[in-house]
Design a protein around this ligand. Structure first.
Ligand SMILES: Nc1ncnc2c1ncn2[C@@H]1O[C@H](COP(=O)(O)OP(=O)(O)OP(=O)(O)O)[C@@H](O)[C@H]1O
Length: 234
């Protein structure tokens, strides 16, 4: 059984029909990459999974359980975390306070905090700094750390490398590789090389529909398919 299955999801935002038919399966373990041109519907897909938009018709199954009608907080309690593109951190709170707020009961599990500090040393160094004063890369690290401060089965991450320097992107890649050893990542990315280096399976969304699913390896080998679906050539 897949960890997450999306079935014929159609999502309207107000009067606009954004997703027309989104169907794909995310297996457990590793990184699953969701690609697509600007405006294709990637963020809307993540928000529909999290219950922030309501697909109708269509369904979201998590470990086979239909979670489509659950509220966002109930979906989060199932073990799914969301790292939105705007990062969702609190600028006037310190790094530690941002992390505490993301815990289930207001207390750190020391072992998890230690792991986070090993993944992202800046979050230990600057633990008492207000989040607004961090660099863009450090803010992104904090938003990912908030998602894994509790054990999760699945993390949805939306364009984590946007605007980051190559050295920070590389560090982020290393961290994702480590995290994905025990937590499945569904990654939305515009940085194709970053996505290719991490992804095992993938899907491409085009104009609100799934245009392709398969292994990253076979997609990476098919330049014509990449050109057709992403208008890029690498
Ligand atoms: N709140 C909203 N109201 C109206 N239309 C919206 C809203 N949010 C998204 N859309 C539209 O839905 C379509 C899909 O947007 P979405 O953000 O899901 O795309 P995306 O693939 O994540 O794109 P990008 O890579 O540019 O972030 C776009 O045409 C967008 O303009």
């Amino acid at each position: 059984m897949s960890l997450l299955s999306l079935r014929q999801m159609k999502t309207d935002i107000g009067q606009y029909s954004v997703l027309h038919d989104v169907t794909f399966d995310v297996p457990e373990g590793g990184v699953f990459v969701l690609l697509g041109r600007n405006g294709a519907g990637k963020t809307t897909t993540l928000r529909s999974i999290m219950g922030l938009w309501q697909p109708s018709p269509g369904s979201v199954l998590f470990r086979g359980e239909d979670i489509t009608a659950l509220h966002t907080a109930q979906i989060a309690r199932k073990g799914i975390a969301y790292v939105p593109e705007n990062m969702g951190i609190f600028g006037t709170l310190t790094v530690d306070e941002n992390l505490v707020l993301a815990t289930a009961n207001g207390r750190f599990d020391p072992a998890r905090l230690k792991r986070i500090h090993a993944l992202f040393p800046a979050l230990e160094k600057f633990r008492d700094k207000q989040a607004w004063s961090l660099s863009g890369g450090q803010k992104q690290m904090l938003s990912v750390a908030r998602a894994i401060i509790e054990p999760r089965d699945l993390i949805l991450i939306d364009e984590p490398t946007k605007g980051l320097a190559p050295s920070i992107v590389a560090a982020m890649g290393e961290a994702f590789r480590e995290i994905s050893a025990d937590t499945t990542i569904l990654l939305v990315e515009q940085n194709y090389n970053f996505a290719r280096s991490l992804g095992r399976d993938m899907a491409v969304i085009d104009d609100g529909r799934v245009a392709h699913t398969g292994s990253m390896e076979s997609f990476a080998a098919d330049k014509a398919l990449q050109d057709r679906l992403l208008s890029l050539s690498v």
